[in-house]
Design a protein around this ligand. Structure first.
Ligand SMILES: [Zn+2]
Length: 281
């Protein structure tokens, strides 16, 4: 592996950074607050901002497998974003700098429909939406479609502008359960963060990796899976899923990919001095 590229057998994963983000620990993890995170600062310096906030990142991944090019999530979007102090996403620029053009993307698959994962899906010209990745089919977890397009929630996360128009544009594919997107690329339901939250399992030539989406946000959660961020829709289910999948990642030795962990988010879940840790590749 070199830098932003991970190889899993014949599959290639390219990390894309849309933007760094920082939030007060007490806002993101209201049940814990900042204090318990101190014990993990030395282990994960990239997950703490200089002013003591939770330093995180909006990343997405291009997966090249079996002749297909798949984009996993589309970041926070172009912005500028008031909720990020005016930051602008640069996912499409980063993609092109790393050798992938928007028209190369065959499939966009969403781990879930929160605003930091769907932002570059559509672009608007004179009020009309068009897909940013013009050739792609857009795979949306059915349970998230149902949840986030419910009239009571559709405005909350902006899905009325970022996701719902995909239907009329004829680019939408709703899916449930395990679906094969390309040779060695399969969706895996990991609900809790959202009802349809999905991880992407990669398998090739005896090697395996899991793109975990928002299964965890801060690497301290690898050791403390019961720490639940404010944004987990069902906190108890999310903690249970997190525990189960982390057990699998540790016992089966998969490479784990976490889009909110320090760039590029590639690592392994291992035991070190009695703690379970995320060892970055
Ligand atoms: Zn997220």
């Amino acid at each position: 592996m070199s830098g932003h590229v991970l190889r899993v057998g014949n599959i290639e994963v390219i990390e894309l950074l849309d933007t760094p983000m920082a939030f007060p620990f007490e806002a993101f993890f209201p049940q814990q607050g900042p204090q318990p995170f101190e014990a993990y600062r030395q282990l994960y310096p990239g997950a703490y901002s200089p002013d003591g906030r939770f330093q995180t990142y909006a990343q997405a991944y291009v997966v090249r497998a079996g002749g297909r090019t798949i984009l996993v999530d589309t970041g926070v979007g172009p912005g500028p974003h008031d909720w990020l102090g005016g930051a602008r996403g640069r996912l499409v620029d980063d993609m092109q700098e790393k050798g992938v053009r928007p028209e190369d993307i065959d499939i966009v698959v969403f781990t879930h429909l929160h605003g930091d994962h769907v932002g570059w899906t559509l672009q608007y010209e004179a009020g009309s939406p068009r897909p940013t990745f013009p050739r792609a089919r857009y795979y949306v977890p059915q349970a998230d479609w149902d949840f986030f397009t419910d009239p009571s929630r559709v405005g909350q996360w902006g899905t009325d502008r970022t996701i719902v128009p995909l239907k009329d544009l004829g680019a939408l594919e709703l899916f449930s359960g395990e679906v094969t997107l390309a040779d060695g690329v399969t969706t895996m339901p990991t609900p809790g963060h959202t009802p349809g939250h999905t991880s992407i399992l990669l398998a090739s030539l005896g090697e395996r990796a899991l793109i975990c989406g928002d299964l965890a946000h801060h690497p301290a959660q690898v050791d403390q899976p019961s720490w639940v961020p404010a944004f987990d829709t069902d906190g108890a289910q999310a903690a249970q899923t997190r525990s189960r999948v982390l057990d699998m990642l540790e016992s089966e030795g998969l490479v784990a990919v976490f889009c909110h962990f320090p760039v590029p988010g590639f690592g392994r879940v291992v035991r070190l001095e009695g703690r379970r840790v995320f060892r970055a590749l």
